[in-house]
Ligand binder design. Structure first.
Ligand code: SF4
Length: 85
């Protein structure tokens, strides 16, 4: 039997507990990151412009990793799972 290693995302855990549209809570989620982990506004915009044109983007959710594109873009250490950014 193959064992699947689960990955844990602190933000996803928080997001799962929030009802409604994720974009309404984006500022608060961004503020939960350590300051040195926060991507700049310019970097976030650059990343999301790539996601906007990506075939893996389904209504703001990345079909490669299952993350919300906007949330993944917030953390400077995160990357696109297929290295588009
Ligand atoms: S994170 Fe990468 S794969 Fe996912 S939607 Fe954005 S550009 Fe596409």
């Amino acid at each position: 039997m193959t064992q699947t290693k689960l990955r844990f995302c602190r933000l996803c855990d928080i997001i799962d507990s929030i009802p409604g549209d994720i974009s309404e809570h984006a500022d608060r989620l961004y503020s939960l990151l350590d300051e040195d982990e926060r991507a700049s506004e310019a970097l976030i915009k650059e990343r999301l412009s790539v996601c906007d044109k990506c075939e893996k983007n389904l209504n703001g959710t990345c079909l490669e990793c299952g993350c919300y594109c906007i949330i993944r873009s917030f953390a400077v250490s995160r990357h696109c799972p297929i290295r588009k950014w």
